[in-house]
Design a protein around this ligand. Structure first.
Ligand code: NCD
Length: 313
């Protein structure tokens, strides 16, 4: 069953933020904030997922997202299996669908899937008999929990997303984070979403008709409430942009001088992994306006909320 919702209109899989709608997104953020409050008040584990099994299926390298999902599941009392792709039967030619069916037969309740090809989590969702599929990043398509944690971080610091000016700068073309942020920010009513990068790394103009496209970062950052920086995702590029790192930083890097063009209290964000001195200066990454480690912390609570929602009884 591939529908993201069940016959009672409850979320069944989390594949993308596109079309999810503001009520559902806000409910997930509220749940994440409530879980965070419980943990910060001293809860060390909540047994919401006691007896459930979550399988991490990561076909691409990952540090924070995999660890974050693992911590989220464990904090809710679930058993976590980190599927070892390199030594698995997929490397012996088994299809992913058969791997899924095999693990489902062992009573896995949820699969957290990261894959370099767009649409792999959605494809697995059409084959899942009972289990929930959570997309942990597919190609340049979607990274819904990253979008949610970015929204929670913005909502915490700015109280709401509605009406904000948000600049996203870097390799937009290859970024699933940018796509999920654009969908989430749009759903929650951001007033102005500006996408900035070298022309070759911008999406086609008709892809996000409601976003502004800029190749001049000084213009794109002027007056912004939130600035989200992205890495050059070289592993997804057919050819590397014709810019060395110093020139790239001069044109598209976030320095403190450039940040001064944004609102005085503008929030600085980055999904990681970060390349200091390439897309962001170290003093900005570690500065008072940076919410980068808040994003990481919020990631665990957002994933707890998503797992709890999809694996409810
Ligand atoms: C991102 C990803 O993998 O899409 N990282 C993350 O999940 N926090 C961004 C990236 O790889 O640049």
């Amino acid at each position: 069953m591939s529908e993201p919702v069940d016959d009672r209109d409850r979320l069944r899989h989390l594949l993308t933020l596109e079309g999810l709608g503001s009520a559902r997104i806000q409910a997930l953020l509220d749940r994440a904030a409530a879980l965070r409050a419980q943990f910060r008040a001293g809860a060390s584990a909540l047994p919401l997922l006691q007896g459930r099994t979550v399988v991490n299926l990561f076909f691409e390298p990952s540090t924070r997202t995999r660890t974050s999902f693992e911590l989220a599941a464990r904090r809710l009392g679930a058993l976590v299996v980190n599927f070892d792709i390199a030594s698995s039967s997929t490397s012996k030619g088994e299809t992913l669908e058969d791997t899924l069916a095999t693990l489902e037969a062992m009573d896995a309740d949820a699969f957290v899937v990261r894959h370099k090809e767009n649409g792999t989590p959605a494809r697995l969702a059409t084959h899942a008999r009972r289990a929930a599929i959570l997309n942990a990043g597919d190609g340049n398509h979607a990274h819904p929990t990253q979008g949610l944690l970015d929204l929670l971080t913005i909502r915490d610091r700015k109280r709401h997303v509605e009406g904000l000016k948000v600049t996203i700068c870097g390799d937009i073309k290859h970024s699933r984070v940018a796509r999920s942020d654009i969908h989430g920010l749009g759903a929650l009513g951001a007033a102005d979403i500006r996408l900035c990068g070298p022309a070759a790394l911008l999406p086609a103009p008709d892809q996000f008709p409601h976003c502004g496209l800029y190749d001049d970062f000084d213009a794109a950052i002027a007056g912004a409430d939130v600035v989200i920086m992205l890495r050059l995702q070289k592993e997804r590029m057919e050819s590397l942009p014709d810019l060395d790192e110093t020139t790239y930083f001069a044109r598209y890097g976030l320095s403190s001088a450039r940040l001064a063009r944004a609102q005085r209290d503008a929030l600085v964000m980055h999904p990681g992994p970060m390349n200091r001195g390439v897309e962001i200066a170290s003093d900005v990454a570690d500065g008072a306006q940076s919410a980068i480690l808040d994003q990481v912390a919020n990631g665990v609570f957002v994933r707890m909320a998503a797992l709890a929602e999809l694996l409810r009884d």
